[in-house]
Write a protein that binds this ligand. Structure first.
Ligand code: PNW
Length: 462
């Protein structure tokens, strides 16, 4: 066993989290508002009151950013295209924004020129606000054709240079955090709508894949898939009910999307629990959905111990914990309550995904926010040994999954390249391997930036 000969490694970002350089440049750029602009304009939604309009100014500093990635030695870069930057009102008959199209053209050209492969996400949560106002976004089936046209514009314009496409980033977050718990834009709270949102995302994903494979892949020769979030669920103890609960948690987090896409049906545990709230696929739809994704895109950050009972529908009625029966905790704390450092869970997860879905795996996100990092000076923050320790554990877990277990992993992207806008948590959690001063936009690579790239240089050459 060895690393895939074309193994891709580097860092990941998303448009809404890094592009904005302030209200003036965003207005001049011609970008339409996304649901995150409105969410940021609503009091008390973003913990520190920060705004997607002003994040890292990647829009004007992309050349410097690409040069830094090159210097670090990455061979690929995962980023997302902002739908409202390209089609401000989002709809299939709405005009495109040439300035926005040009921006990604320039970025992609810059990457290709220095030998960094672009790995592109079409939808990383910044839905054009106009589509939310028109028909509530993913709640409406009308969105399928609007999304497919947006995808077409991207394939036509960039597909000659982009060979790796992701239709969606983490639909679970869109459905549950955006439309169930309301922590993310559009901030809806409901126990019925998330399942409809998820269903429409699966169909939109499948429709875009079909179009790509039929109309673009024959000449462009790229690959297309979806990326899902999913953390390993370890039974709290070996009692049968907790073992079953851990599987149910995997079903509700990963299987919700992956089972239809790779296996052709929703998990039985979801059908049993949700009954009429879970939409059903028609035979024609499932034919479209099954085998739509050419690989498994894996975003993962942590592991939970799982106990039966408690929880809500979104966890399949299971309780997410970090402790063991003896009272010990499975990982140290980060800046975020849901995230602890549990490297052994990563190896188990990769094995589970490969065995169940039998597809090559692209690791598209994995990363760490050090507790209290925002309180440090830049000098202190770049000495990020806590993040190096996290990557050391997780990268060795990937290495063992590949070399010992034979899992077909083809990429690894650390989240994130830059400290950035962490959604409702604003600019406080710092996930970057590159420090960003949010007043001057100055960048400074942290220790972990070198650690991650050197790890792959060593292992791929080995
Ligand atoms: C992912 N959770 O989001 C996203 O793809 C990134 O945009 C984000 O910055 C990164 O992970 C770090 O959070 C998640 O609550 C957000 O479990 C929340 C959760 C998981 C992933």
């Amino acid at each position: 066993m060895s690393f895939h000969k074309d193994f891709l490694y580097g860092f990941a970002t998303a448009a809404a989290q890094i592009e904005g350089g302030g209200i003036t440049s965003e207005k001049l750029s011609g970008r339409g508002d996304s649901i995150w602009d409105e969410f940021c304009n609503t009091p008390n939604k973003i913990e520190d009151g920060s705004h997607v309009q002003k994040t890292c100014d990647h829009l004007s500093r992309f050349k410097e950013d690409v040069a830094l990635m090159k210097k670090l030695g990455a061979n690929s870069y995962r980023f997302s295209i902002s739908w409202p930057r390209i089609i401000p009102n989002g709809g299939k008959d709405d005009p495109v924004n040439e300035l926005g199209l040009q921006f990604y053209d320039d970025l992609i050209n810059e990457l290709v020129a220095v030998g960094i492969q672009p790995f592109v996400t079409l939808y990383h949560w910044d839905l054009p606000l106009a589509l939310h106002k028109k028909y509530k976004g993913w709640l409406s089936r009308e969105i399928l054709d609007d999304y497919t046209r947006y995808a077409r514009v991207c394939f036509e314009r960039y597909g000659d240079r982009v060979k790796h496409w992701l239709t969606f980033n983490e639909p679970w977050c869109v459905a549950v955090l955006g439309n169930g718990i309301g922590q993310f834009a559009p901030g809806r709270t409901c126990t019925k709508e998330p399942w409809i949102v998820g269903h429409h995302i699966i169909l939109a994903h499948a429709q875009a894949c079909k179009m790509y494979k039929e109309e673009f892949k024959p000449t462009q020769k790229g690959t297309i898939g979806i990326t899902l979030n999913g953390d390993w669920a370890e039974p709290w103890d070996d009692s049968p009910e907790n073992v079953l609960a851990a599987q149910t948690k995997m079903d509700f987090a990963v299987g919700w999307f992956a089972d239809p896409i790779y296996l052709g049906h929703y998990p039985q545990s979801m059908i049993d629990r949700l009954q009429d709230r879970l939409p059903r696929f028609t035979p024609e739809e499932i034919e479209l959905v099954k085998d739509s994704s050419e690989f498994y895109g894996c975003n993962t950050y942590t592991t939970n111990t799982i106990k039966a009972g408690g929880g809500d529908d979104f966890s399949g009625g299971t309780e997410l914990r970090f402790d063991r029966p003896d009272g010990s905790l499975i990982g140290v704390e980060s800046q975020l309550a849901w995230l602890r450092d549990v490297p052994w869970g990563y190896r188990k997860l990769l094995n589970y995904l490969y065995k169940r879905y039998k597809k090559p795996i692209y690791c598209t996100e994995n990363g760490w926010a050090i507790k209290g990092e925002s309180d440090l000076s830049s000098e202190e923050a770049i000495d990020d040994s806590g993040r190096v320790r996290y990557y050391e554990g997780y990268l060795n877990a990937v290495r063992q999954a590949i070399l010992v277990d034979g899992v077909d992993v083809r990429s690894y992207f650390a989240w994130s390249f830059l400290d950035n806008f962490e959604w409702n948590s604003g600019l406080v959690p710092r996930f970057g391997s590159v420090y960003v001063d949010f007043n001057t936009f100055e960048r400074r690579p942290k220790k972990s930036a070198y650690y991650v790239t050197e790890f792959f240089q060593k292992n791929i050459l080995a």
